[in-house]
Design a binder for this molecule. Structure first.
Ligand SMILES: [Zn+2]
Length: 540
């Protein structure tokens, strides 16, 4: 985050949180409806009307469906219990697909259901019924290492008066001595005097173990699509029965419900200055990369269980953390359009915030569906929105290509085409002006900018170009309006990068390796890689 000094005193806190420095970009084309209002030929700043929240919500609704009916094959590979009888009497097990994520205590279960010829199945076109297994499937071995992975204890040792369940013979063996001390053998079972019998019992041979999955009993617990497991559900299985309005039915059994995990240790937070009590003339700002669910994949985070990556699991904790910071201005990156619309905006709005959203451009590639962007929230009790502008870096690149301006220091034959392709990364930035509420002699305004710079370390030239475009636009905007600036974001850059040097020191060395990587000549002449904003980095 960078702060531009100004004549009146405002003390800032800095809290830089980054859940994800290394995400991939999977997006698809969707150009913004905003219009260019700046008459400068080079400008890529766009104004968005004040009612942008409503528009964002509408656009989010259009783009942010949690499931895309036009691509049903996406789920057709998942196994389905039950099926739909066709007119010929055959069962089409793939016609009605149901997918249930790993259930976790207190986390709403993510269920996706799709019926051929109908589309997405939800509460509007089907009745839902959730049941819980009467039996618990937790392993009786307290030291079981598979517990956190949700491994079911499918087998029941029936050697003793009180049967116990285990996930493996290893767990049974570990508990055998203790069970023997505390329990008596079943009367009508063997007395296990024989060595072979003990061996068989300990190795789960038939007669000593019962497959518990074959006779699971169920009790109904809910009739809604969205079900949130309770503490009572932990170690039990859940089953969902769905009956669509067309009469088709499907049923699916979940994995064992996991207990809510222990909270992670507190984050190490870097404070730019000593903590001050936030008063009316101070402003607390926070920037936070949420890690969009579209990037929170098992491929990207193979060490993390899927349930912990799910948005349903993370969203409440993210909100709780954000609430704890009590920021006056909250800049977020990697905010999915549907998450802004369905969760962040309504939740933060209730807490007294107004929110502005700018979705990534999505011109490069990727399937239609969910896309992320930047969101800026501010406290309604503290500010009034005066200006709401956005930058689409794609547009700047296309404009420069059209004007044949990719000359740089190393002009190449036919460089324009390649240059513009390299620059089309869909990144966006927000620039808004907030006016502090209260009685001041003159209006007290702050410019807030929120940016997400391209992530890929192989594209240092693109990062620098994006920073250059942003700072040039901010300079035009700030100097003509004469207001202080707080620039926040995920810059995907370290303090030795050219991006940092440009922003913090207003210059980049010709010899910097990022500049040397600009073989396509996308960067401007070195003399133009500067600005007059006197930005001060808050964290280093
Ligand atoms: Zn076990």
């Amino acid at each position: 985050m960078f702060v531009r000094n100004y004549s009146y005193s405002v003390v800032f806190f800095f809290l830089k949180m980054d859940e994800n420095n290394n995400s991939s970009i999977v997006t698809n084309g969707n150009s913004s409806e905003a219009t260019i209002i700046d008459d400068k030929a080079s400008s890529v700043i766009k104004e968005r009307p004040q009612s942008s929240v409503e528009q964002s919500l509408e656009r989010g609704l259009a783009n942010g469906a949690t499931f895309t009916p036009s691509n049903p094959n996406r789920y057709s590979r998942s196994k389905t219990v039950g099926g739909v009888p066709s007119s010929k009497g055959k069962t089409h097990s793939r016609a009605f697909t149901v997918r249930i994520e790993q259930p976790v205590e207190s986390v709403q279960i993510d269920t996706r259901s799709y019926l051929r010829d109908v589309g997405v199945i939800d509460e509007t076109n089907a009745t839902w019924e959730w049941s819980r297994s009467v039996q618990s499937f937790g392993c009786s071995n307290e030291n079981c290492t598979s517990k956190s992975q949700g491994k079911q204890a499918k087998y029941e040792s029936i050697c003793f008066e009180v049967p116990k369940r285990f996930c493996s013979t290893k767990c049974l063996k570990e508990c055998w001595t203790k069970m023997k001390e505390q329990q008596t053998f079943r009367k009508n079972s063997t007395n296990l005097q024989n060595k072979d019998e003990v061996y068989n019992a300990l190795n789960g041979e038939p007669g000593y173990m019962k497959d518990q999955t074959s006779d699971t009993e169920w009790e109904v617990v809910a009739y809604t699509k969205d079900h949130t497991p309770t503490n009572e559900d932990v170690d039990h299985l859940l089953k969902v029965n769905i009956m669509s309005n067309t009469g088709a039915t499907a049923s699916r059994i979940s994995k064992m419900v996991l207990p809510f995990p222990e909270m992670p240790p507190p984050r190490q937070v870097i404070y730019a200055q000593a903590q001050h009590h936030v008063t009316n003339d101070r402003v607390r700002v926070v920037t936070y990369n949420l890690l969009a669910a579209i990037y929170a994949t098992q491929t990207m985070f193979p060490y993390c269980p899927m349930w912990a990556l799910s948005w349903n699991f993370r969203k409440d904790m993210i909100l709780r953390e954000l609430m704890g910071y009590d920021a006056d201005v909250l800049c977020m990156q990697e905010v999915q359009a549907d998450h802004f619309e369905n969760f962040l905006y309504p939740q933060l709005n209730q807490l007294g915030y107004e929110g502005l959203y700018k979705q990534k451009t999505r011109e490069a590639f990727g399937p239609a569906g969910r896309v992320d962007g930047c969101a800026t929230f501010y406290k309604r009790s503290k500010f009034q929105l005066r200006v709401n502008n956005v930058i689409e870096f794609n547009e700047a690149a296309l404009k420069m290509a059209k004007e044949n301006r990719f000359t740089g220091d190393v002009p190449l034959e036919g460089a324009n085409d390649t240059s513009v392709k390299r620059l089309l990364r869909d990144n966006v930035a927000q620039i808004c002006v907030l006016e502090m509420l209260g009685s001041y002699n003159v209006p007290v305004q702050i410019c807030i900018s929120n940016v997400h710079i391209y992530w890929d370390p192989q594209y240092a030239d693109v990062k620098l170009w994006q920073a250059h475009i942003l700072i040039k636009e901010l300079q035009n905007f700030i100097t003509s309006n004469d207001i202080p600036l707080i620039l926040m974001g995920d810059f995907n850059s370290s303090p030795d990068s050219s991006v940092y040097n440009l922003l913090a020191h207003a210059s980049v060395s010709r010899l910097h390796e990022d500049v040397q990587k600009d073989t396509l000549g996308i960067l401007p002449p070195m003399g133009k890689l500067t600005h007059n904003l006197a930005l001060q980095s808050v964290c280093c």
